[in-house]
Design a protein around this ligand. Structure first.
Ligand SMILES: Nc1nc2c(ncn2[C@@H]2O[C@H](COP(=O)(O)OP(=O)(O)OP(=O)(O)O)[C@@H](O)[C@H]2O)c(=O)[nH]1
Length: 415
């Protein structure tokens, strides 16, 4: 990623270069006047340009128009606070107008660029029956590089959310035909928690109770129409930042810190729900308990760090092989489980045995060289009314048999 800083003050450009490389690990080019900015823009692709308005060879902010014409997002970083100019430039489509006040202004600018990078992969659904309002919100969101999808009422918003599980933010109007904003939020929240989808409610209605009602029904925030451009962006950014924080907390609680697969806590808490679902629907579910063979020897011979490298690669291979359809978790030091929801034991056995054979012939690259690792596994199938604990205990008897029979084996524990 490459960023252009157009700034005649060496102190400012040095600070910005330092903050940007620290925050984003990116390439930063600096131009101290309009002519050198033009030269750089002619030869390079930029993710964003951060520009001063008053340059030695262009003192009226001409650089902004030049950058925007090249379809490059532009952040104005200026020492002159001019409200009229600010409004005009925001109207023109700049990302933000930042006043060089103190070091926080520079930190804010670097963080803004980081958010722009994140926004590129954030999908936002805008539900509003007014085409004008929808297009306006789309243009604001696109200035900040979000991916935008539109829906013209509550029902089509619900359908779009079903078809696009990767939508992160829903911005919904209150008054809409077929299903209004409240109805939409209530239906959405039956299925998606606050850690999965953020919602901002909108309304031009003068009813003062609307904002509280939106939030009580499950919205994260509310905006009264008409709103100013900057307030809209602040609300969106704050909502997404808190969603990121909730996601981070959820990951810390449920993912294994070393291997990034689900942890023991997740498996015990959430897998019970899957078992109940399978029991109710009389479906099938098999479980594999895997334990790396002679793992202590890896630690003793090559050190704990190499042991960690092996665990990380082993988990990554498990994830690659199974996590698209099944649940992979690390439940102990070198013990992992794969929950095969929907599979009978014969199929689960075949998949795990294929994984075992592949592992045996594909050494793991570590900092101390390539190591050949094998794994022993116990596989079992869910009976009727069992807990995760009971299922695991039975898989463990299979694992014990596999170890006793010489390791590098898969053994079935019948239910
Ligand atoms: N590097 C590393 N080692 C771990 C971690 N957690 C547990 N271990 C080690 O895993 C090893 C497990 O060893 P054992 O239970 O004796 O089993 P084993 O050597 O794999 O032998 P078998 O299971 O009988 O084949 C111990 O040396 C633990 O210290 C971890 O997070 N990182």
């Amino acid at each position: 990623m490459r960023i252009l800083v157009v700034e005649d003050s060496q102190v400012v450009s040095r600070v910005m270069r330092h903050l940007l490389t620290q925050e984003l690990c990116c390439e930063v080019d600096v131009a101290s006047d309009m002519a050198s900015a033009k030269e750089l823009l002619a030869h390079n692709e930029y993710f964003v340009a951060i520009t001063d308005l008053n340059l030695p060879d262009a003192q009226e902010g001409e650089i902004v128009k030049f950058v925007l014409e090249k379809q490059i997002p532009c952040i104005v970083l200026t020492g002159s606070w001019d409200a009229e100019q600010r409004a005009r430039l925001l109207q023109l489509g700049i990302v933000d107008y930042v006043f060089k006040e103190n070091r926080f202004s520079y930190e804010y600018t670097a963080k803004l660029v980081k958010r722009l990078r994140r926004n590129q992969s954030v999908k936002v659904l805008v539900a509003d029956d007014s085409v004008v309002s929808r297009k306006f919100i789309r243009s604001l969101l696109e200035q900040h590089l979000f991916q935008v999808i539109e829906a013209d009422d509550g029902i089509s918003a619900l359908e779009t959310l079903n078809d696009n599980p990767d939508i992160t933010l829903l911005i919904t109007d209150y008054n809409m035909p077929r299903l209004d904003g409240f109805g939409l939020i209530i239906k959405v929240r039956e299925r998606l928690g606050r850690e999965e989808l953020a919602i901002i409610g909108l309304s031009s209605d003068s009813d003062e109770s609307l904002s509280a009602r939106f939030i009580k029904n499950g919205a994260n925030d509310f905006l009264q129409k008409p709103f100013v451009h900057e307030e809209f962006h602040c609300r969106v950014l704050t909502t997404l930042d808190s969603l990121d924080m909730v996601t981070k907390l959820w990951e810390q609680a449920n993912l294994d810190y070393l291997t990034n697969v689900f942890n023991r806590r997740y498996f015990f808490n959430f897998y019970q729900e899957k078992l109940t679902e399978v029991a109710q629907k009389q479906g099938s579910l098999s479980l594999a308990l895997l334990d790396i063979d002679f793992f202590k020897k890896v630690n003793d011979t090559y050190g704990h760090d190499v042991g960690d490298e092996v665990l990380i690669e082993f988990a990554s291979r498990l994830k690659q092989s199974f996590s698209q359809h099944f649940t992979v978790a690390r439940i102990g030091g070198e013990e992992f489980v794969v929950g095969f929801k929907g599979l009978h034991i014969e199929k689960a056995y075949a998949l795990i045995d294929r994984f075992r054979m592949q592992l045996e012939i594909t050494p793991i690259e570590t900092s101390k060289g390539a190591l050949t690792i094998t794994v022993s596994t116990g596989v079992t199938e869910f009976g009727h009314d069992e807990t995760v604990d009971e299922l695991l205990k039975r898989a463990d008897t299979g694992l014990y048999e596999a170890k006793s029979a010489g390791r590098n084996l898969v053994s079935i524990a019948e239910s």
